[in-house]
Design a protein around this ligand. Structure first.
Ligand code: HEM
Length: 81
């Protein structure tokens, strides 16, 4: 699941065409796992970003932080809401 989520952020940023359909598929499959509160996706991506920030340490620049925030927001707007 973490691998898929990481790929999704990068593929969304790179404009890969499968992303919109895959987002719909994830939302629909997760409803079967009782994940129906879509705000959880924003929290999930924020937590993922925060973990990366910890791992990357001093190399986590303001520009990188801004890029992650921008890409996460764009991905959520594609259907995780
Ligand atoms: C874009 C974000 C996400 C992606 C790409 C994703 C992807 C997946 C995938 C591929 C699976 C299938 C099995 C596995 O690999 O473990 C899965 C299972 C699951 N996901 Fe997600 N997921 C995402 C976000 C979330 C969120 C936000 C929640 C809840 C807070 C969640 C809860 C679950 C649950 C409960 C399962 C079932 C685990 C099991 O019983 O085996 N997922 N997810």
């Amino acid at each position: 699941m973490l691998f898929e989520a990481t790929c999704l952020v990068m593929d969304s940023a790179n404009g890969l065409p499968y992303v919109d359909a895959y987002v719909q598929q994830i939302v629909s499959e997760h409803a079967a796992f009782d994940v129906t509160e879509t705000a959880l996706y924003a929290e999930f991506f924020s937590a993922m970003r925060d973990e990366l920030m910890q791992l990357i340490g001093d190399d986590w620049t303001d520009a990188r932080a801004a890029a992650w925030d921008r890409q996460i927001s764009a991905l959520i707007a594609r259907g995780f809401q």
